[in-house]
Design a protein around this ligand. Structure first.
Ligand code: ATP
Length: 441
């Protein structure tokens, strides 16, 4: 399938089935912001949960936190964002559209005809400004956070003292970030409001372990995607050239995904040294050193930062899972299946009565209530069973349970697996343990 068409189809499926909507659509929308509908909210919740389980709950060297979206404006001065969080901006003198000078390949055509006539490059700060408090002057100016990382750095001492962690250890958080992107686009790939999952992993600078942990976190993040279903051939680790490194980094690699619109950044892993803590120490006047009991020395730790966009990951999982049958796999040509990992799928199970009458519908409702108590599940009684399977294949539901006349006699149901389309008969009281076993694999 043509790549453009594929993206169009994914966008249309997301809207039609309630994964993702344009924000404020009834008012004509707003550039670079999207809303997640019933299924999209579940997909993102599952993604966050998997991330939190893998990187926080299952590790002894990590703690989580949840900082405010708005912080003291000095945080952003200290971090360098008020001066260096910029993109190069150019404007077409004819049509007045504005573009990122380093992304002109993606630029829309000039509406006035011919080529764009571009102005000189200017720097454009992408922090989103706001005022907090009852006046609107420079004393109340602050920002919506441009990354979740700074909330971690400014709480380093609080977390250290309250949790008594020892190096090496990490602090993780998931939350919203805001950037006034010059050219948001490619659906939820580049938006102005998005979610990040970030870890600041603190290490002893004397031990020269930065490169080791950097490689380690690149692997951890790559495996996170692969374990949840992304084909490894669609991922590539791309190190940044030395001259393109951010002001704070001594080494950064992106994990890129082959999106339908081209290979682009999914996550970034950076060696940030002691830049952030040192800056906050300088600007706040507070000591942010770590006391190392082993050596008896005090120092500002180094940090390795694995940073992931949750929305970009959701898009990659949707693209990777999308499949349209060519008619040779037992499905009809054009039928869509989302091969989402059962861990990410919005519904784990759908329950169908074969017919509504003769007590079959009532029995199905009973089964549905039992399953729904343990797993996100859906009840569907309209149309043929084949049609109901197709409806659920299209949103990635991994298992469908059908209740029929035999169920009334022996308490057995048919359970059908999405990818293989294999069906087997199991007892009603086995459904939840069956689902648990398949989903937790
Ligand atoms: P890009 O080069 O694409 O602008 P970046 O290098 O500025 O991204 P980082 O500051 O490293 O991005 O942010 C970490 C992660 O946050 C990125 O890997 C990406 O997944 C996500 N992210 C960054 N900007 C956006 C955005 N505008 N929309 C959605 N996700 C984003």
């Amino acid at each position: 399938m043509e790549k453009d068409k594929l993206m169009e189809k994914i966008v249309s499926l997301c809207k039609r089935r309630g994964f993702i909507f344009q924000s404020s659509e009834i008012y004509g929308g707003i550039g670079g912001i999207y809303d997640f509908g019933p299924l999209g909210a579940e997909l993102k919740r599952n993604l966050r949960e998997e991330w939190w389980k893998k990187f926080v709950l299952s590790r002894e060297d990590m703690v989580g936190m949840d900082s405010g979206i708005i912080m003291n404006a000095k945080v952003w001065e200290a971090s360098g964002h008020t001066t260096a969080f910029t993109d190069p901006l150019v404007e077409c003198k004819k049509c007045h559209l504005r573009f990122r000078a380093d992304q002109l390949d993606d630029a829309a055509k000039c509406k006035e005809g011919g080529e764009h006539e571009l102005t000189e490059e200017k720097t454009f700060n992408i922090l989103v400004k706001t005022h907090l408090g009852p006046t609107e002057d420079s004393s109340t100016l602050t920002y919506l956070r441009g990354e979740t990382a700074q909330g971690i750095f400014v709480n380093f001492k609080n977390v250290l003292e309250s949790s008594r962690m020892k190096l090496p250890f990490g602090i993780a958080q998931i939350g919203k970030a805001f950037r006034n992107e010059i050219t948001p686009g490619n659906f939820i790939f580049r938006t102005r409001e998005f979610e990040q999952g970030e870890i600041e992993f603190f290490i002893n600078p004397d031990k020269e372990e930065s490169a080791k942990w950097y490689d380690y976190w690149i692997d951890q993040y790559k495996n996170f995607y692969i374990d949840l279903g992304i084909k490894s051939e669609n991922l590539e680790v791309v190190p940044h050239a030395k001259e393109k490194l951010s002001h704070y980094s001594i080494g950064t690699s992106d994990i890129e995904y082959k999106y339908p619109f081209g290979q682009s950044e999914l996550a970034g892993i950076a060696q940030r040294t002691d830049y952030d803590l040192t800056q906050h120490q300088k600007f706040s006047g507070k000591n942010l050193e770590y006391f190392d009991e082993e050596s008896g020395k005090k120092f500002v730790p180094y940090v390795v930062e694995p940073s992931m966009g949750i929305d970009r990951a959701a898009l990659a999982f949707l693209c990777d899972a999308y499949d349209e049958s060519d008619g040779t796999d037992g499905r009809e040509k054009g039928e869509v299946t989302l091969h989402l990992s059962p861990k990410l799928a919005p519904f784990k199970c759908a329950v169908f009565p074969l017919v509504k009458k003769d007590g079959v519908g009532d029995k199905a409702k009973e089964v549905y209530t039992t399953v729904k108590g343990c797993f996100p599940a859906s009840y569907d009684e309209s149309g043929s069973i084949g049609r109901r399977y197709r409806r659920h294949d299209e949103i990635g539901t991994p298992f469908c349970v059908t209740i029929d006349y035999q169920t009334l006699e022996d308490e057995s149901v048919t359970i059908r697996e999405r990818d293989s389309m294999k069906q087997e008969r199991i007892k009603i009281d086995e459904i939840n343990s069956y689902l648990f076993e398949k989903i937790s694999k």
